[in-house]
Design a protein around this ligand. Sequence first.
Ligand code: FHN
Length: 419
Amino acid sequence: AQEKGMDELWGEQTINKNITKNTDWYTEAKFAMFIHWGLYSKMAGEWDGQHYFGINEWIMKRAKINTKDYKETAKTFNPSQFDADAIAQLAVDAGMKYLVITAKHHDGFAMFDSKVSDFTITKATPYKKDVVKALQKACKKKGLKFGIYYSQTQDWFEKNGYGNNWEFNPDEADFQKYLTEKALPQIKELLTGYGEIGCIFFDTPGPIREEQVVQLKEMVEKYQPNCLINSRIGQGLGDFTTLGDNEIPSMPLDGLWETCDTHNNTWAYSNLDFNWKTQDEIIHRLIDVVSKGGNYLFNIGPKADGSVPDVSAMILRETGHWISKYKEAIYGTQPLYLGGQTQFAATQKGNKMYLFVKEWPENYTLNLPKFENKTLKAYFMDSQKEVNVSTNELSTVLTLPLMKHDAIASVIVVEFEGT
Ligand code: FHN
């Protein structure tokens, strides 16, 4: 359904590695909530009696909905069940440390009170309230860093924005005009009226020119010098890499980076998709990302009424329950690469290695590389029950009990002499 391959839309993935901004909170965070929520949530995979399986936030483009009809849907967008505190609390319960909300997605609809457009939740809907503001306040209250998603290139509502070729003629589009009159002023509004913005998630840089990327970057840094910018700003000018959607690298990566992942197969809510990742899958993917040095930005798609789908929320709470037992092994850790196997993965902090055993070895023995520092002891993190650790010429050998210790992933702490 999409005309361009995502690789072409994502553009340059490199980043500026000489960051002078404060990055500590970002490297410590590891797990975060992404929220795709907008008018498209109302369509929920259906338009004009047709079903659109797959990513629902693209329904305007996929169903070639004209701007007039699309705007009409705003008249009945009334998310009476939206509760910013409850969503922020869900993020906290899930063990997440920051939250990124779609302030404006490709459909051009602002979920905040923008003065430079009428196509906003405050002016075009009966709800009239600024949900970005509500979430920002809720995050502040709950100690979460706050981030915004802003689609800087694609704006299907504007004839000068990029991407709407079913209603407008792309050859007549003046992209710089759109940038100057809508994108930059809206980004300024977000940077100046919503407290501290920890990070900004730009998307699909596509054909944007370098001087335009510089304009965006300068705008962000003028108002929020410490705001971290993702690589999808384009032209290698971001501070952290956002990998491809749902992509986990096979090896650790340099610099700051993030995997963004969907809970099912769409970012925005769809009535047609119940393919939820289980708590085990989410935890295994989190471990995979963190052991390679990245952050895991996990998406939820609230419904049009503002509520989070029950199953999605329940799975996230269970995920958080597991994480709460093993916090020390996750937050603020460094990656530790033990080869490309899927059976286990590790992180490290100080003189400790945290080993996540996802699949129990058939012979109850784990052969790890031989480490330079002497091992002092090994034990299961939750019960403190000792695990036998020995070294031979080639390996560090852990002898495990017969039974799995934790059904999702058993966490073993190995302590070393020195760091
Ligand atoms: O086109 C968007 C998509 O709808 C979604 O927002 C994702 C999230 O990373 N970004 C784009 C595709 O990569």
